[in-house]
Design a protein around this ligand. Structure first.
Ligand SMILES: NC(=O)c1ccc[n+]([C@@H]2O[C@H](COP(=O)([O-])OP(=O)(O)OC[C@H]3O[C@@H](n4cnc5c(N)ncnc54)[C@H](OP(=O)(O)O)[C@@H]3O)[C@@H](O)[C@H]2O)c1
Length: 280
């Protein structure tokens, strides 16, 4: 185990919380970056530090003395590349030995602007940290669909019949902890992908079997979503999500589970296992 804490950016969010939990489970010391003034939202067992990715405030002291850091950007944020530049500069300034970036599966898919932002952020971080960067590229999480399935009603703004290889967030976090605590992995890039190809219709059917109750499925379109539930979002977020739903509508999001299987040393968690755990 490297000495020095591990900084987790976005630690109060969905992904950050899971990564903090995986690190704490391995006995690591975790510094949890949260927006300044929101220190109370940091996960229990971590050391909260105030960081504003919008202007870089707090980044240098947060990174100082760390053995590694996990950088993720807020979801579909238009300034993802600027945030990566500020993290890269601060990490360089303190001589951070090991940096891991939470990217996305297929960051070069030009149909989705936020994927291209992730690709550009990868390049910014790699240029500033040649040889000491690890990039993780997760597929869409099981946990995106799970709340609707548990509520018994899924409303989908894209086809229910395109294929996905969704991944359990806990598996993503376990892989993140593995690479964060192993400096020998410097320079690696890994897709983090679930073990099965399923359409959303198939995922809903599995959910009905595992939960033993009906789950409704209504399908609209990216345009209907943008004019309806997405209408109140900031323009950049609405456009990014509409483009993502349009790409999902065309051909889903599918990758290869080999990297994650190797990192975990086991088959990644199936959708039905995630459902069974949630049902308990
Ligand atoms: N969901 C998926 O299936 C999936 C798959 C692959 C990749 N990803 C990527 O994973 C990343 C994280 O997603 P998520 O769902 O975990 O996001 P999230 O729950 O929204 O978490 C983002 C975190 O960033 C923090 N944050 C926002 N603005 C900030 C600022 N200016 N300075 C510092 N912190 C700030 C938020 O703080 P508050 O808690 O105070 O709001 C929040 O804790 C995204 O980049 C997304 O593209 C997601």
């Amino acid at each position: 185990m490297p000495t020095g804490p591990v900084l987790v950016v976005g630690s109060a969010g969905k992904t950050g919380r899971a990564v903090c939990a995986a690190l704490l489970a391995r006995g690591a010391q975790v510094r949890a970056a949260v927006r300044p003034g929101r220190e109370a939202s940091a996960p229990a067992g971590t050391e909260p530090v105030g960081v504003d990715l919008a202007d870089g405030h707090g980044l240098r002291p947060a990174l100082d003395g760390c053995s590694a850091a996990y950088h993720l950007a807020p979801n579909v944020h238009p300034d993802e590349v600027g945030m990566a530049q500020r993290v890269a500069a601060a990490a360089r300034g303190v001589g951070l030995p090991h940096l891991v970036f939470h990217s996305v599966l297929h960051p070069d898919d030009a149909r989705m602007p936020h994927h291209l932002h992730k690709l550009a952020a990868e390049e910014v971080l790699r240029e500033a940290h040649p040889g000491t960067l690890v990039v993780l590229r997760p597929s869409a999480y099981h946990e995106n669909l799970l709340p609707q399935v548990l509520d018994g009603a899924v409303a989908l703004p894209y086809s229910a019949d395109t294929p996905f290889t969704t991944v359990a967030l806990a598996d993503v976090a376990e892989a993140a902890a593995t690479v964060l605590l192993d400096p020998a992995r410097d320079g690696e890039v890994h897709d983090l992908v679930g073990p099965e190809v399923l359409t959303t219709r198939e995922m809903v059917a599995q959910a009905e079997r595992v939960l033993g109750r009906p789950v409704g499925l209504t399908v609209s379109s990216p345009a209907a979503w943008a004019a309806g539930p997405g209408a109140d979002l900031p323009t950049a977020a609405r456009e990014a999500l509409t483009a993502m739903f349009a790409a999902y509508d065309e051909d889903g999001l599918v990758g290869d589970p080999a990297d994650l299987t190797a990192l975990l040393g086991r088959r990644p968690t199936s959708w039905s296992d995630t459902l069974r755990a949630a049902a308990r």
